[in-house]
Design a protein around this ligand. Structure first.
Ligand SMILES: O=C(O)CCC(=O)C(=O)O
Ligand SMILES: [Fe+2]
Length: 213
């Protein structure tokens, strides 16, 4: 008899809430294998506004891949927020690490994204694939936080799972992709659909298996 052994998740929270040091996060929707969770009350209105304010003068056309090319796969603008003396960045990074159940140092840092009308991030995987060598310190999980309300469009969608998450200020979507079974990782294929009305601001934390910073 074929037996299915459930793969381990690092998203180890029990119940409907995640109690971090300074804020109680709501687990609104969760699926398993791959573990994907929609989270509420991740950031306050003030924190969202401050992350946008800190980034808005430094936005660059997004690039993709190891050669950092401009591509129509990703038409948004983005910037990494440096670990500056911002209480908000420090506090948010710490909270995000507790939600993702990893050390802060494993995170790449908050990456702020801005999509104007018509801009999108086509379906992609967040992990790097390499046919002939194993990646040394791979990405294992992602948290995408929404920094504003989008009037129309801008959903984060997972085409293989028929799942679509509408951006709502202060909410977030979590997913992970370090499973033994590669087909589970491939199910985390996702994209940011084009903004139809308004604009979209988001903050992504990509997490590595080991210390990155
Ligand atoms: O904008 C989104 O909804 C998705 C962003 C994303 O996929 C990423 O930052 O890796
Ligand atoms: Fe992504």
């Amino acid at each position: 008899m074929a037996m299915h052994v459930k793969e381990a998740s690092i998203f180890n929270h029990e119940g409907n809430t995640i109690k971090t040091e300074d804020r109680e996060i709501d687990i609104i929707t969760k699926i398993e294998e791959p573990c994907i969770a929609v989270l509420g009350n991740v950031l306050s209105t003030e924190e969202c506004d401050e992350l946008i304010r800190l980034s808005k003068d430094n936005m660059n056309r997004s690039k993709i891949g190891s050669h950092r090319e401009v591509s129509n796969i990703r038409t948004s603008s983005g910037t990494f927020l440096p670990e500056m003396d911002s209480d908000v960045v420090t506090r948010v990074e710490k909270r995000v690490a507790q939600i993702m159940n990893v050390p802060v140092e494993n995170g790449e840092g908050l990456h702020i994204l801005n999509y104007k009308v018509g801009q999108e991030y086509k379906a992609h995987l967040d992990y790097f694939t390499s046919a002939n060598r194993t990646v040394k310190n791979p990405r294992i999980s992602t948290l995408v936080m929404y920094l504003n309300d989008v009037e129309e469009g801008g959903e984060t969608y997972f085409p293989h799972l028929n799942l679509s998450v509408a951006p709502k200020k202060g909410m977030a979507v979590y997913f992970e992709y370090f499973y033994q079974d590669p087909s589970l990782n491939e199910l985390t294929l996702h994209g940011g659909s084009p903004v139809i009305v308004g604009e979209k601001w988001a903050a992504t934390q990509w997490v590595r298996r080991q210390q990155y910073r």
